[in-house]
Design a protein around this ligand. Sequence first.
Ligand code: AMP
Length: 483
Amino acid sequence: MPAISEDLDRRTYLYSLLMPIMNKYVSGLGEGKAMYLLFVKAETLTNSGIPVRSVLTSYYKSPHFLHRKHDLYNNYTSPDEVILCPDSQQSMYCQLLCGLVERQHVLRLGAVFASAFLRSISFLEQHWCDLVNDIRIGKLNSNVTNTECRLAMEGFLALPNPELADELEEICGHGPWKGILGRLWPNVKYIEAVLTGTMAQYIPMLEFYSGGRIPLVCTMYASSESYFGVNLRPLCKPTDVSYTILPNMAYFEFIPLEDGLRVTDDEEVVGNDKLVSLVDVKVGCYYELVVTTFSGLYRYRVGDVLQVTGFYNRVPQFKFICRRNVILSIDTDKTNEEDLHNSVTRAKKILEDRNHILLEYTSYPDTSTVPGHYVLFWEIKSTCEGVKPLDPQLLESCCISVEESLDYIYRRCRAHDKSVGPLEIRVVEAGAFDALMDLLVSQGSSINQYKTPRCIESGLALKLLNSKVTASFFSPRDPEWTV
Ligand code: AMP
């Protein structure tokens, strides 16, 4: 994505609207702090020396963020040095530590995406003993080796604090983790994160940790290409969120999706005469978003499908419906059907070299553990008589081969950010995919046009496949990924 320096002004402008909007609905937000778990991602240089980094890393490293004016409404518990730490585990450890030390002052919790927030809470579940110990003795764990982090944390652990350590130990060590967020941060008024689109899969987990009593708030809709809009009714349920487009962020146009949700193929060329302007969209209709940005993208298809839900004054408001073509996503990775198919095609050659063929496959994003991971259901057939049972090493090689062929962002999430867990292949018994077809046909799929879905959602289909699993294998290592 091209980016120019003025983009930072536009992003800052959108961010500056968020607290005034929240302030209309929640009082007292200037009287405490926000524990927002923010992280930078690894970056690289082009051959000509231009930095390539994620949009948020760019923002956190910019003067717009680092030299921001002191603002009571944007007072974070995490020092900037800790947010900028390139090691996400050390950063997470220190950010949680700051939030725990300041627990009585914390009024808001959050992260950009729900996946990162939950990953941090699960990290807390694993490391609370170390964190409590640091607070008890007033000394930072020696596993935090980053010098800037150590310096920035000195103020937080100036003196031993056994009283706070006892309180935290009581909460984390003796009570249930259901509803723990409200006990650790008793004054928290809401949790903020993107919970729409693929992130909606994390709502039940967040409700578990919040005990269902802390509002979950989605404030904004943005991408690397451009920032788009804000939620003017932030306390509505995540499933009811609509974003109001800010017309000054980019030039917005829309491809109407004629049959409701029918989404055009990637290759399909859409004539300019088909495009609808922002002022002409109709309530209830579905559109694919197209942007022309200040930094040089021209009529670029972002890949998001939106539905118009109403207007704020004369600006349209949109519900995020789905990503065009994405079937698997755990964190910032977005894998479409074609990527998955190409990866599986490469991996299945390993099976074929060893007298097995892959008859059918489908996939599922498993987020019941943190971090979540991709699951592939494979039905495998032996091509010669008397072949021995499947060799675990063979299937593990297939797991890693699939991962090695997935895109750069997936491999970065796995190998660097650790926000996606090792890919799993669940081998299912013979006939499992026939049973899946029977089930889907019984639920209304046309038998004539039946195609095995390349991704299954939760529900009966998943239950059925899981009931037919005979063995399960995980990638034995991280996929290759270089900065
Ligand atoms: P990236 O460019 O990798 O940051 O991803 C941007 C994409 O993330 C958008 O095009 C959407 O598909 C998704 N996204 C960002 N914000 C939201 C949101 N508030 N609700 C749903 N999806 C979102």
